[in-house]
Design a protein around this ligand. Sequence first.
Ligand code: RUQ
Ligand code: CUA
Length: 681
Amino acid sequence: MEKLISKFKNAAPKAALLMAIAAGSALQGCTKTDGGGNGGATSDALSSDAASKVYVAPGKHDEMYSFLSGGFNGQVSVYGLPSGRLLKIIPVFSQHAENGYGYNEETKAMLNTSHGFVPWDDLHHPKLSRANGTTDGRWLFVNGNNTPRVARIDLRTFETVEIMEIPNSAGNHCSPYPTNNNEYVIAGTRFSVPLDMKGGTGDVSMDKYEEEYRGSISFIKVDKEQGDMELDFQILVPGFDYDLANGGKGPSEDWVFFTTYNSEKSGTLKEIGASQNDKDYLAAINWKLAAKYAKEGKAKEMPANYYHNKLDKNTHTAKSTVKKKVRYLLPEDCPGMMYLLPAPKSPHGIDVDPSGEFMVVSGKLASAIPVFSFSKMQEAIKNKQFDGEKNGIPVLKYESVLKGEVKEPGLGPLHTEFDGKGNAYTSMFVSSEVVKWKLNELKVVDRIPVYYSVGHIVIPGGDTKEPVGKYLVAMNKITKDRYLPTGPELAHSAQLIDISGEKMKMLLDFPTVAEPHYAQAIMADKIAPNSVKFHKLDENKHPGAAKKESEANVTRKGNKVIVKMTSIRSHFTPDNIEGVQVGDTVLFHVTNLEQDWDVPHGFAVMGANTSETLIMPGATQTLRWVPKKAGVYPMYCTDFCSALHQEMQGYVRVSPKGSNVPIKFSTGKKKQNIPGVASAK
Ligand code: RUQ
Ligand code: CUA
């Protein structure tokens, strides 16, 4: 590897690095010790006590939760650390048949956008909510990349409770970044686009890229108690690509930093067009000042069209609101709010160390890692050490803000995390390794190969003021021979590395669900004690709820048949229904009467064009069904809930349209109920 690095150093850097990236797989090949078969490159860095370090005995709990993004699967998966055991999948932007999310009537609205119902997205970055710059275990914010959205997961229920669309954005990659106390969650656009007043970006010629395409950075306000989000304002920024961001802390806590590429403002063939300039920028924004400007009347308003979907706590039902305007600031009107720091060609990650003094920029095409100093940046601003301006935004002199560079760290640096003991760890995509270096001396002190082509890495709290420098998880883009082959595609792979000592030690590989980009990890005791065990039936305000079996009934309103049904181990009430006709819309509102932990009931009907729905204890959920032909349709509980689970079933009779079979429903032999005549039980 040394040889390779010096070879690249001597060649024209750009060409060599592009070559190295193209040859990525060949380089990975170099690190293998054999051709595959028994797992290739395993044993080299494996410590002998690895097994005991990750062993969590049956019935024992993991020390930490980790939340890995699901990438193109649109979900978040929760793993225990150090075991790597998959604890849960939380659907966010994608429908999820396992529990009916996005399929049942209560959660469909969660996926509404200005483009209609969008049941998929590309989820990259989970970020835990903060208190005083450390994770507080209340919420997890995540981004949807493709149809720009930011979502919030409530960590008491591990449910997605809010999704907000972002106007004037496309490729919401640079997102979502909470400030130290969640004053704002910040979201930047990857694509610059024409202003998007109607939802779907304006109809503007691509020849006008330079003049008319703009980037935007959204400032989402978060309610202190409830966590509810509100888009407060946007800053319309030059038409670069905004890649990643991170908030400052301590001395820099009023600031947010963004990497940009394509400062060339090229609208096509970006692999070349966006790599012309030797330097792009790190954008620094004083969010506190921006908020002040917005408050003091500098913000203008423009029409917009975006959806904001929230789960109502009492009915457990999502509702969409359409928002019609957005406030914005222009940096040229707001002195002192935004600066540009030159950063090596097409930077990717920007990470701020726990002290808040150092900003580490990882340029995937750069051969060194520049580290900027916040105090130097403040000095440079004071002394006006500018190198011209770009769109009215002052550009600071590179040398005036630079602390120094980490030389020859490896190839393809992407992301950096910190252990709180003065060390930084950077992922190297091209040379497939994690590199540990000293923040003060900018000196590489250790490196460990990872398999293969690592993207993000995460240390619990490693992006906050208080890292837990015990583990690092590397999330790798390519798996190849690490697992038993499963056809052309293998699960992506995460690797757990012990970073408690001087030398990094490889502990464990575990497969992930779809593509993990970033992740978060947190000590279990910040979340576990608050975990909700069931919903209180008394607090269920769902209009379709039947809170006891005597409230269960079936009514017809025109061609709508409304079934208020209860479920409890081990029967539905009612479990025999007649009088439904072909073409009716049947709404099964199923209430789970259990008041006990971990006793969901499922509900499914033969032929329904949707998934089952899984109802948590105390909650009500609705399956919508339009029967297409006459017959008798079984329905049943899908979740093995008791010894009599297989008995938890019933029938719906569907008669031809216009038939005179009356609505009838019952449970058990003796009770035949006709609405208005008798009630069940
Ligand atoms: S990214 S592998 Cu979508 Cu966070 Cu860097
Ligand atoms: Cu209820 Cu199975």
